[in-house]
Write a protein that binds this ligand. Sequence first.
Ligand code: SF4
Ligand code: SF4
Length: 141
Amino acid sequence: MSPHDAKLPPVEVNSNGNKCDLCTNSKCCTYVTQQIDTPRSKYDFEILLWQVSHPNVGAYKDEDGWFLIFDGVPCSHLLPDGRCGIYEDRPTICRSHDNDYCEYDAPAEDGFELWFPDYHSLLAYCRKRFKRWSTGNPPPS
Ligand code: SF4
Ligand code: SF4
């Protein structure tokens, strides 16, 4: 998972100097992710299909497992100039992010093993994964 990055204030210098100052869209502060149980059954994938049917909701798998991603949802603390409005109190996940190689360098999806930005991409995967893909599956008992 790529945690939310800490948008560094102009006065703070890190290993990449003012890299965050150059990052105009503050990509790392405009989405959230949530790890989910690895989907295995048709029912699990039906749930996932429903979730990614909503705008800005996607799913991916990387070396840490499966995640939902809600993209295009800027953090309410992101200031118009790209700085963090609660910099001193920002959450640990924001503090721990390393900007040595981040979304400024390449899209996060470049590092995903599987990437489903929408319903149709996930449906194609389901049809490949399950020989006889069908909906209407009961939850596992
Ligand atoms: S709390 Fe600050 S650093 Fe963290 S996502 Fe929000 S704006 Fe970005
Ligand atoms: S995406 Fe990278 S460069 Fe841009 S604000 Fe986040 S850590 Fe800084």
